[in-house]
Every structure is written in structure tokens, then in C-alpha cells.
Design a protein around this ligand. Structure first.
Ligand code: HEC
Ligand code: HEC
Length: 246
């Protein structure tokens, strides 16, 4: 039986490798080509929404944030994040929905809705090429520790933890997939199997399903804590949104 101490989990790691490095050459070529990458459609939709919201009475994102390539540059490298004033830990989707409610007086968008996916892709895309830059501090340490506990916890009927696949078996084949290190730096991604773009939480839910564990809801505190832990593991990897996956 495997035992993992917190100390082992905090030991220095080799430089992380992005999921794209484990992908086949066809997928790599598609991600690298902005004209062929289907994820760019969601980025383009996000740009439209940024400038002109659907609701008549709503202020557009642009009316407050102006030019996203300038004002949103680097933002995704710092998420999930907790506001200086406290409040809950928010990932990018949660932060966008907070602006929906508090700044636009509108209702939150559902996870995987075209609007939330597109705007998340658009905002994250403004950080493409910049390194993930998550620091663990007093404000987020509790979330980090919860996320790390989940990462090393065996679960589901298959009794496997994230670490068993993404640390101990990265590079090995699992059915048609090559297991990667399990980083979130390319999300939202366009996944060929989904025939759609999808959020990181959709991917995480698929991993829970894979080990026959109960799936937490997208946007739940459990998945945001896990996302923070993943971001800390991915520190230094460059944001690639929108990624392409098989
Ligand atoms: C009425 C003004 C207003 C509108 C409209 C608005 N926001 Fe915001 N937004 C803010 C304020 C104020 C903040 C917090 C200030 C800050 O952290 O820079 C913020 C913060 C953010 C952040 C986090 C930035 C960071 O540096 O952490 C994101 C992302 C964001 N907004 C996205 C959006 C999106 C997407 C929309 C449109 C759906 C939108 N906002 C609409 C005022 C607005
Ligand atoms: C039984 C093995 C297995 C387990 C356990 C597992 N995953 Fe995965 N995971 C996969 C496979 C296979 C893929 C698709 C190929 C890839 O990108 O690794 C994947 C993909 C991912 C990705 C997307 C990587 C990318 O670049 O697109 C993330 C993130 C991820 N997993 C995180 C997790 C987390 C967090 C857990 C624990 C809750 C977990 N996985 C548990 C097998 C597993």
C-alpha cells in the first residue's frame, strides 16, 4: 500500500510538462494553428460578448474593463484567487460570474454555457504564453491543502488518486490516451471527443467518472480547491488557451 506524506508532496518537482507534449502530432498541429484550432471560435465568441452583452440593460464588460488584450493580460495566470477583501476562492469562471451579479446586475451563467465558456476562453487567451504564477499564502493555504488532499486521496470503485495516473504513470498509455501530468494550463480546451470546447471542471469530472467516483458539481468548492492545487503544480508552465485535446 502506498503512503504519501505531505512532505513528499511538497518536495521540489522537475519542470512540469504541458499536456500538449503528450498529445499526438495531429492534435499538436491543430492547437498550434490559430486558423485551424476550433477553440479559437470560442475565443472569438467571447470577444463579441465582451463588447456587446445580450441583455439590453447590462453594461458590457468592455464598458468597465476596456481593451481586454491590455486589461486582462496576465489575469488567468493568477487564478484561482481570493479577493483581498476575503470571500470565497474563485476561479476565472467564478470571477466572471461575480461581475455578472455584482457589476451587471444579471444572473450567473451556467457552467459550460456558451457565454461562460466563451468569455473564460477569451479572458484566459489574453495570457497565452505567460507562465502560470500561483503563490500559496495565508489567503489561500487552506484551499491549497484541501486541494492537495484530494489529489492524493484514493477514490471511486477503482480506488485510485490523481497522483496514481498523473504523477506515477505520466507518459503511459491508458486505452487510447497517453496519460499526461494533468495540468490545466490550456483550458478551456477544444476536445475532439466532445466536439466542443469545455472547461477544466468538465475534464476533472471526466477523471472522477473514470475511476467510478461520485462527481462533484462543476464550479463546486471541491473542484476550485483542486484547481488551485493543480495551478500550483503547473507553476511556470505557459498558458495555452485555447488548447486542443483528443
Ligand atoms: C460596472 C463595471 C464592471 C462590469 C460591467 C464588469 N466588471 Fe469585471 N470587474 C469590475 C471590477 C470593479 C473588478 C475588480 C477590480 C479589480 O480586481 O481589478 C472586476 C474584476 C474582474 C476580473 C478579475 C480581474 C483581476 O485582475 O483579477 C475579471 C476576469 C472580470 N472582472 C471580468 C469581467 C467580465 C468578463 C465582464 C463582462 C461579463 C465584466 N468583468 C464586467 C467591474 C466590472
Ligand atoms: C485512471 C487514471 C486517471 C486518474 C486516476 C485521473 N485521471 Fe486525469 N486524466 C486521465 C486521462 C487518461 C486523461 C486524458 C489524457 C491526459 O491529458 O492526461 C486525463 C486528463 C486530465 C487533465 C487534462 C490534462 C490536459 O492537458 O488536457 C487534468 C487536468 C486531469 N486529468 C486531472 C486529474 C485530477 C485532478 C485527478 C484526480 C481527481 C485525475 N485527473 C485523476 C486519467 C486519469
Amino acid at each position: 500500500m502506498l503512503t504519501l506524506s505531505a512532505a513528499a508532496a511538497e518536495a521540489p518537482r522537475p519542470q512540469p510538462k504541458s499536456g500538449i507534449e503528450y498529445a499526438g502530432s495531429d492534435v499538436r498541429a491543430l492547437q498550434a494553428d490559430d486558423f485551424g484550432n476550433p477553440g479559437m471560435l470560442w475565443v472569438a465568441r467571447g470577444e463579441k460578448l465582451w463588447n456587446a452583452p445580450a441583455g439590453r440593460s447590462e453594461k458590457s464588460c468592455a464598458s468597465c474593463h476596456r481593451d481586454a488584450p491590455a486589461t486582462m493580460k496576465g489575469v488567468a495566470t493568477r487564478y484561482p484567487r481570493r479577493d483581498a477583501g476575503g470571500g470565497e476562492l474563485l476561479n476565472l469562471e467564478g470571477r466572471i460570474n461575480q461581475c455578472r451579479v455584482q457589476q451587471q446586475g444579471a444572473e450567473t451563467w451556467r457552467y459550460e454555457s456558451e457565454e461562460l465558456l466563451s468569455l473564460t476562453a477569451y479572458v484566459a487567451h489574453q495570457s497565452r504564453g505567460m507562465p502560470v504564477n500561483i503563490g500559496i499564502n495565508e489567503a489561500n493555504r487552506v484551499n491549497f491543502e484541501r486541494g492537495r488532499d484530494i489529489y492524493y486521496r484514493r477514490q471511486g470503485q477503482m480506488n485510485l488518486a490523481c497522483t496514481h495516473c498523473h504523477e506515477q504513470n505520466a507518459g503511459r498509455k491508458l486505452l487510447a490516451d497517453t496519460i499526461s501530468e494533468g495540468h490545466g494550463n490550456a483550458y478551456p480546451v477544444y476536445r475532439l471527443e466532445w466536439q466542443s470546447a469545455g472547461s477544466l471542471h468538465r475534464r476533472l469530472r471526466a477523471c472522477y467518472f473514470g475511476v467510478r467516483a461520485e462527481q462533484p458539481a462543476a464550479g463546486s468548492a471541491e473542484l476550485v480547491d483542486l484547481e488551485l492545487y493543480l495551478a500550483s503544480r503547473a507553476r511556470g508552465l505557459r498558458v495555452e488557451t485555447p488548447g486542443v485535446r483528443r
